[in-house]
Design a protein around this ligand. Structure first.
Ligand SMILES: Cc1ncc(COP(=O)(O)O)c(C=O)c1O
Length: 388
């Protein structure tokens, strides 16, 4: 009996499942997945509890999202970026940013269409493109700044290109794309008349004065850009799985159809909590930098002390560092990650799953570590990583 449809035959397994299981089995301190080991803001948790107890959110939310959340998303876009979004037609609430990326690709990409993306990339992107029958065209980002060569980017666009899939601030490198880099991307999108799908889940996690520029706000981009974000990283609530897409009604049409005829609507009480979260005062969003920057510094320091070489781009965001371990370990990235879990008691993510098959060599001596952890978690990791 055939058990797998051909579209999923080459998908997975996810590196996160293997590393998390191994970390659990060995009691390792887990700096692998980008999930905080602390709760989000108490106001937001309180709003979720209140929404549950109100008796008003036990039934289906509207398919595109509750009015309060769609308004909250549009207000947040205007407040932080001057990005004008229609809360009725231009916002779609979905089960997390990863589902939004999946729906954007599935709703817009036909078999044979090409999608340009930078590598390394968030590991769901390529399976998403391939499940739609699309073809990924890769443009390398190179350490230590994770810059791209504009000529290589230009060469990736062809008459078959349908979209570019961009992630800024970037997982796994932490790179924050500059206004000039985004302007070059915008220029190519317009020259080739293609769409941009922009995953901005780390939009509020920025260090050393880096600023996040929203591609959709660049001239000529509003009508061709789907902007995606979610509550998970900004509000330390990855378990909520509340994400959203913004764009013109026409751009969101395919995604809305997919959503209506699959999940239909997402968790109603949590939408109300995120509506309040997006309206938190400026001090909350500013506080994220003050909270994470010392953790970033501490992680960089402990990795250096252990003999690794973390790449720290000039404009850094998100909550990851990629580090080169070749000075202290002979094997490849998976062997290193397994060794670190078993023999040192710290978990990281091997980097090759973030690279295309043709470029695996670029990730073979790299590992990704996250600093979205309590200070005591990072201190415990530091103690284990310290040279003896
Ligand atoms: C770039 C990127 N996009 C999307 C996600 C997932 O977001 P969500 O949990 O809202 O689906 C992640 C999570 O690590 C991510 O790094």
């Amino acid at each position: 009996m055939k058990l797998l449809a051909s579209r999923v035959q080459n998908v997975g397994p996810s590196v996160f499942a293997e590393i998390n299981a191994l970390a659990r089995a060995h009691g390792a301190i887990n700096l692998s997945q980008g999930a905080p080991d602390f709760d989000g803001p108490p106001e937001v948790i309180g709003a979720a509890v209140a929404a549950l107890q109100s008796g008003l959110t036990t039934q289906y939310a509207p398919s595109t999202g509750t009015e309060a959340l769609r308004q909250g998303i549009a207000e947040h876009a205007r407040r932080f970026y001057g990005h004008q979004v229609d809360p009725d037609q231009g916002v779609l609430v979905l089960g997390g940013a990863s589902l939004a990326v999946y729906f954007a690709i599935t709703g817009l990409i036909d078999p044979g269409d090409e999608v340009v993306l930078f590598e390394p990339f968030f590991d769901t992107y390529v399976p998403n493109i391939e499940m739609a029958g699309g073809v990924a065209r890769f443009v390398p980002l190179r350490p230590p700044d994770w810059a791209f060569d504009p000529a290589e980017l230009a060469a990736a666009f062809t008459p078959r290109t349908r979209a570019i899939l961009l992630n800024t601030p970037h997982n796994p490198t932490g790179k924050v794309f500059s206004r000039e880099e985004l302007a070059e991307i915008a220029r190519l999108c317009q020259q080739w008349d293609v769409l941009a799908i922009c995953d901005e889940v780390y939009e509020h996690l920025l260090y050393d004065g880096a600023t996040h520029v929203r591609l959709a706000t660049l001239p000529g981009m509003a009508e061709r850009t789907i902007t995606i974000s979610s509550a998970g990283k900004t509000f330390s609530a990855t378990g909520f799985k509340i994400g959203w897409a913004m764009g013109t009604a026409a751009l969101l049409d395919g995604m809305k159809r997919l959503h209506e005829f699959s999940m239909y609507a997402v968790a109603h009480p949590l939408q109300q909590a995120v509506a309040e979260a997006l309206r938190l005062p400026q001090s909350y969003f500013d506080g994220l930098n003050a909270f994470y920057q010392p953790r970033r510094d501490m992680l960089a320091e402990m990795l250096r002390a252990a003999g690794l070489k973390p790449a720290l781009p000039d404009r850094l965001g998100a909550f990851y560092l990629m580090a080169d371990f070749s000075d202290i370990f002979e094997g490849d990235d998976f062997e290193f990650a397994r060794h670190l879990i078993r023999d040192v008691g710290v978990a990281c993510i091997p980097a090759t799953p973030f690279f295309s098959a043709g470029s695996r060599a670029l990730g073979q001596r790299l590992a990704r570590f996250t600093f979205c952890k309590k200070m005591e978690t990072l201190q415990a990791a530091q103690a284990r990583l310290a040279p003896r």
